[in-house]
Design a protein around this ligand. Structure first.
Ligand SMILES: CC(C)(COP(=O)(O)OP(=O)(O)OC[C@H]1O[C@@H](n2cnc3c(N)ncnc32)[C@H](O)[C@@H]1OP(=O)(O)O)[C@@H](O)C(=O)NCCC(=O)NCCS
Length: 170
């Protein structure tokens, strides 16, 4: 399945994305406020591993802009007592920043997941200095639900609050 935004296309990863994925993702400024599950440095083997994982996930997409892989976005369903809730995350290669692409991608996927994807609630916890990501979430209808004080240690060893944002399907 693929989803069309106004500025980007969300499509499944392909095996031949590995070089473009490594190239866009291997950047300290991209990794800085991401989960440590996002490797840094980001190698070709990391790209191959991610493509294999993402290819079996229903709602994990490459963000494509002008025919090139620009980043990634996904919804990761939680289980057990949190069934119906899901984590929401996204990133873009630095050359694509500042053009509204993340907002477009996040709006497209969050709308789809909550409307047709069997998801009741999306949540994302942002490193507080990541102002651009906070704005993306706010513009996509997510609300601030909690400030987790001194929650994160970022990749530059700075302690940061975590800002938990959520959006539900009503
Ligand atoms: C966060 C990220 C996805 C934003 O992508 P983007 O495409 O540049 O975002 P947009 O262009 O849609 O901009 C969203 C808003 O943030 C603002 N913004 C962008 N960069 C900013 C910055 N460095 N500081 C403050 N605001 C910024 C934009 O002006 C826009 O707000 P506006 O509509 O009021 O003008 C991108 O910076 C990124 O990939 N960062 C690294 C990975 C990451 O942190 N992912 C999120 C983890 S929670």
């Amino acid at each position: 399945m693929e989803l069309r935004g106004e500025l980007c296309r969300l499509r499944p990863y392909r095996g031949d994305d590995a070089d473009a994925l490594r190239c866009a993702a291997d950047d300290f400024m991209v990794a800085r406020w991401m989960s440590r599950r996002f490797p840094h440095p980001y190698t070709r083997a990391d790209a191959d591993e991610w493509i294999a994982i993402a290819s079996s996930a229903a709602l994990s997409f490459a963000i494509e802009v002008g025919g090139s892989l620009a980043g990634g976005i996904g919804v990761e369903p939680l289980g057990g007592e949190r069934t119906g809730s899901a984590l929401f995350g996204y990133w873009l290669g630095r050359r694509y920043w500042g053009r509204g692409i993340a907002t477009d991608a996040a709006r497209t996927l969050s709308d789809h997941a909550l409307r047709d994807g069997g998801v009741r609630r999306l949540e994302a916890t942002v490193f507080a200095p990541n102002v651009a990501s906070v704005k993306v979430l706010q513009k996509c209808g997510f609300g601030l639900e909690a400030t987790l004080r001194a929650y994160y240690l970022d990749r530059a060893d700075a302690v940061c609050d975590g800002l938990m944002y959520g959006r539900v399907s009503t």
